[in-house]
Design a protein around this ligand. Structure first.
Ligand code: AHG
Ligand code: MN
Ligand code: MN
Length: 329
């Protein structure tokens, strides 16, 4: 018999005494919204959803129509869930404060509604990433920003949906990583892999090498190690340009995904809260790890909702080699 995502979440909840169904109601907002997004993605080109929206977002990037649609779908589906106090999105400069001082609201959710904007118009894999935090201080509402400016280690659940050759939801609530594939005939995400583990050693590295002359030296050194065969194999290259797609392959096949800092982006390009943190959480849950070149991604104390971070995320062997390169200076 099939297990739907909803059934999985309800089942996981039973482990906690006194748990209610509010968390499964919360995450059902994510599955509903991502099904709405996926239906637009699948018909893109036939409908009027491709191309630029004409606005520039808080990151200074041109918003695509699908960025805007995906953001609206998530906000529409999540804002009615009474357990959500705060929503922060890549596409909104300020977090949306819904009802954070109500005793019923216990969670904050952060997301990148559409990851891989440059790939939308060319039918290449894109995705949605999200992370959920519990309100920081039990009963006190606290300042809205405190709800989202928590280290990634405090994520109670995180995941992404990848709109690829199939639509896959990858999810962890701190009890392993599980994947669910959208069955378009049933209309539900169905459990397809339980307790996914990353291969200890993979054979691909994934990085935009065109910036190599602008990286700090350690990244060039690390890449040489991967390519030269010094690590027991010559790693091959894969780069989609949608972090979700590149990470998804890295999670399943092993290897390493890297977005270094460079002289134009000294803090890197990817956003800590809704890009690096969810994939770091999943990587650790699956036996890998993630670093910003100084510390584990999940230990970074965020200062800003849209703060950027360098990201190196991969399997055990690749991450150990990266740490060795750092230690050698
Ligand atoms: P977004 O579409 O949400 O702005 O994110 C795009 C990001 C990420 O998905 C990808 O890894 C990276 O941009 C690619 O950047 P480069 O084109 O600089 O390689
Ligand atoms: Mn993104
Ligand atoms: Mn985005």
């Amino acid at each position: 018999m099939i297990t739907t995502f909803q059934q999985h979440v309800l089942h996981e909840q039973q482990r906690f005494p006194g748990a209610t169904t509010e968390f499964s109601w919360l995450v059902s907002g994510i599955t509903l919204a991502t099904k709405m997004i996926e239906s637009q993605v699948r018909r893109a080109g036939l409908t009027n959803i491709l191309g630029s929206h004409g606005e520039v977002n808080v990151q200074g990037e041109v918003q695509q129509k699908l960025d805007v649609y995906a953001n609206e779908a998530l906000i529409h589906c999540l804002s009615l869930r009474e357990s959500i106090g705060i929503i922060a999105s890549e596409e909104n400069e300020e977090p949306l404060v819904l009802r954070h001082d109500s005793p019923a609201s216990k969670y904050a959710i952060v997301f990148d509604p559409l990851d891989g904007s440059s790939n939308i118009d060319v039918a290449v894999t894109i995705g949605t990433t999200f992370a959920i935090f519990r309100r920081p201080d039990g009963d006190k509402a606290g300042a809205p920003l405190e709800w989202v400016l928590q280290p990634g280690r405090k994520q109670v659940a995180a995941g992404y949906v990848v709109y690829g050759s199939s639509t896959v939801l990858v999810y962890s609530a701190g009890n392993g990583v599980h994947t669910f594939t959208l069955d378009p005939l049933v209309g539900s995400y169905i459990l397809t892999k339980e307790n996914l583990r990353m291969p200890e050693r993979g054979s691909y590295y994934s990085i935009n090498e065109s910036y190599c002359d602008r990286w700090p030296g350690v990244y060039a050194k690390y890449l040489n190690r991967l390519k030269s065969g010094e690590m027991g194999r010559r790693y091959s290259s894969r780069f989609v340009g949608s972090m979700v797609a590149d990470f998804h392959r890295t999670l399943l096949r092993g290897g390493v995904f890297i977005y270094p800092p460079n002289t134009d982006h000294p803090e890197g390009k990817l956003r800590l809260l809704y890009e690096a943190n969810p994939v770091a959480f999943l990587a650790e849950q699956a036996g890998g790890s993630a670093s910003d070149g100084r510390q584990p991604i999940l230990d970074i104390q965020p200062r800003d909702v849209h703060q950027r971070t360098p990201l190196v995320v991969g399997g055990r062997a690749e991450m150990e080699e990266f740490e060795r390169c750092l230690a050698e200076g």
